[in-house]
Design a protein around this ligand. Structure first.
Ligand SMILES: *Cc1c(COP(=O)(O)O)cnc(C)c1O
Length: 387
């Protein structure tokens, strides 16, 4: 079946006891197994059957089946947050003494986890500045490489094909954080990545009302990650959030089509504004990563960033005059959001690191929602007119 059909039907069966068509929310911490022998069998993993909601819950299990189908994966795992996904992947797939690579920039929380926490488990860390840099300098003992195909906040593109080829030469596992594109637009497992992960907080849930994380890949790796994530770290998603996430996924394709359409219209408008010094949007042919996304994905996503003429003060005037765009971090909601990365999401970086990453004081990041594009453009136009 096609992606749009799977996003609605995969993992969903009428509830066997009532026929309820919508996935029921199973609010229970534990599951009665009735007899001592059945308990023994469930703990031995012999019988399919639920034991305790930290290990598995039927609402979450239905969602995991849906996501595995969408990613083309053997198995998917849903956890409490994107950061829970990153930590479980890293703790499950690395040992003390292993070399871990990441390609700059990665999500700020991921960067901090790798540097400040994962290194305490005895791994060594190497940072690469681009896909090419990784291909040229990858160390022979690299165990895993983590990257994002479209990065935050300047929408720099990392070509998954280059990362996969270089990683294969040294036998490293490839982990792709595909939060910005979603499986609707890009399925990295199909071009050789070993694990795909997402912050389900963003486009996959889509309504800005939950925190969630997703991991998918082949069973052999997923079983290790599942054990660490649920049994050891203990970060299951709750059934209510699992329900909201599966409901969001059912409209993923409709929402993404609207995000994509609006982002293109907004980016085209901004590119023609004299008070906008630069537009970062991978859908424009002038963007250095345009071709890589065009070749591997079926859309350019819903994110746009701009440099306003001037510094922080000008960016603040622009942001403070937006009415429809909410000033907030996060992304991928139906509502449009605007943020100033240098003073918020990227404030913990040193000024030099920000400069190296192109996160200037006049950079504004826009998550384009699914409102009417004319209203979004009118809001941006009146805020630019205040400069
Ligand atoms: C938000 C985000 C994360 C972290 O996810 P949470 O759900 O906030 O824990 C990881 N990677 C990317 C690319 C993100 O945008």
């Amino acid at each position: 079946m096609k992606f749009r059909t799977l996003s609605i039907h995969a993992g969903q069966q009428p509830d066997p006891s009532t026929g309820a068509l919508a996935t029921p929310v199973y609010f229970t911490s534990t599951f009665s197994y009735g007899t001592a022998e059945e308990g023994q069998a469930r703990f031995a993993g012999q019988n399919p059957g639920y034991i305790y909601s930290r290990f598995a819950n039927p609402t979450t299990a239905a969602l995991e089946q849906k996501l595995a189908a969408l990613e083309g994966a053997d198995e998917a795992l849903v956890v409490a947050s994107g950061m829970a996904a990153v930590s479980a992947i890293m703790y499950a797939l690395t040992n003390a003494g292993d070399e871990v690579a990441f390609i700059d920039p990665v999500y700020g929380g991921t960067d901090a986890f790798l540097r400040n926490t994962l290194t305490r488990a005895g791994v060594t860390l190497s940072r690469y500045s681009s896909d090419q840099d990784f291909a040229e300098r990858v160390k022979a003992n690299t165990k895993v490489v983590l990257f994002e195909p479209i990065t935050n906040p300047t929408l720099k593109v990392i070509d998954t094909r280059i990362v996969v080829e270089a990683a294969r030469k040294v036998g490293a596992l490839v982990i792709c954080d595909n939060t910005f594109l979603t499986p609707y637009l890009f399925r990295p497992l199909e071009i050789g990545a070993d694990i795909v992960m997402h912050s389900g907080t963003k486009y996959l849930s889509g309504h800005g009302d939950i925190i969630a994380g997703i991991v998918a890949g082949r069973s052999e790796l997923m079983q290790k990650i599942r054990t660490v994530a649920l049994k050891h770290i203990g970060s299951p998603i709750g059934p209510q959030e699992a329900y909201l996430l599966q409901r969001g996924v059912k409209t993923l394709t409709l929402r993404m089509d609207a995000h994509i359409d609006n982002a293109r219209k907004v980016a085209d408008f901004l590119a023609a504004q004299p008070k906008v010094a630069k537009v970062y949007y991978p859908g424009h042919a002038s963007h250095p990563g345009h071709q890589a996304i065009a070749d591997t994905a079926t859309g350019f996503g819903g994110m746009v960033a701009i440099d306003i003429e001037g510094g922080f003060a000008k960016a603040a005037v622009f942001l403070n005059n937006l009415h429809l765009f909410a000033q907030a971090v996060s992304l991928g909601d139906v509502e449009s959001l605007a943020c100033h990365p240098a003073s918020t999401t990227h404030a913990a970086m040193t000024a030099e690191d920000r400069q190296r990453a192109g996160v200037s004081d006049n950079l504004v990041r826009l998550s384009i929602g699914v409102e009417d594009a004319d209203d979004l453009i009118a809001d941006l136009a009146q805020a630019l007119a205040k400069l």
